[in-house]
Design a protein around this ligand. Sequence first.
Ligand code: PLP
Length: 396
Amino acid sequence: MKIYADNAATTKMSQTAIDTMLDCMQNVYGNPSSLYTLGQKAKERLEKTREEIAKIINAEPREIIFTSGGSEADNQAIISAANIGKKKGKTHIISTAFEHHAVLHTLNKLKKQGFEITLLPVHENGVVDVNELEAAIKDETILVTVMTVNNEIGTIQPIAEIGAVCRAHGVIFHTDAVQAVGHLPIDVKAQQIDMLSASAHKFHGPKGVGFLYAKKGVVLSNLIEGGAQERGKRAGTENVAGIVAMAAALKESAANMDGDKERLTKVRDYLIKGLSEIPHSALNGDEKQRIYSNVNFCFEEIEGESLLILLDRKGISASSGSACTSGSLDPSHVLLAIGRIHDVAHGSLRLSLEENATIEEADYIIEAVKEVVAHLRSFSPVWRDLVSGKKEFILK
Ligand SMILES: *Cc1c(COP(=O)(O)O)cnc(C)c1O
């Protein structure tokens, strides 16, 4: 069996998105800034696409800026808010400890420039406490940036409540919604979101394209200098085919969202139940307040990397927040943020399901993980000490 269970890392492009992209590359290849028909045709497609995308999140077309993806959108949102703050003498930003690195590293850069950054805890359940967030707001606060869905543990944050608190205090609210757009309903007006980042390759669109929503009145700073594309806020000839394919993928994902949720919730819960049977394991993040596609476990005395390699041999593509896979020496900052200690955080497994995942596949995954975990533990001396009682288990 071949199972792709790493959709939080990236998704396979949908056939509709591929067809749309090919057609666009072959037939709409003009530069949107050119005045002749071929250029204007590209410009028209671009603007029609902006309308389609805006509609899906209940924004206005002019509030959408196309970017190279989620990372760029996060950077631009945060830098823009910081620049607005600087002008007003407001240099305090609130975020959380478990944001994507596109957010955290941008905040680090601002910290070096003199901004004060408050990173809220996300507690054991991986959910921000809105009262704590409100208590952290001060007169100097210019921005709150909290992700909609965490990319590792899948927990869903109380976005509308945060939006309401920010609006009441006159603070700009940005959300990295890369894991949510196309998968959960988004309404920037109802949820009172001022800025939002999205990325096409997380909802079956192409890689290297995304968008930033910025509410009318929130002045964007451009990260890239050059031509006057995107109302002067993002220079560079537009990735027309990618942008049009992104919209095709998003329309499709949004249309299927309710059905996906209903089916996948069952598969997710089945997986959680099955994997919980593995001794000395623990689910990461709240069991219910999580996106329907995400399952994330820690297994005591397991090296995440070995787990992934052995699962790959069984045809399963999954991910881990462990050291080697993320290319750094530290275990996942997300797992540390929810209170997992280093040793336990190293033994994590993230399964992010494809929309067509089935219970049969879940059965296969459960059996495979049980087998691999038992196998890896069988030749660990530390495991022997744990079983004999010489050492104490951390996970019960
Ligand atoms: C994937 C991801 C990003 C980065 O998006 P890119 O388009 O790959 O730059 C940012 N935030 C979250 C939560 C993500 O999952």
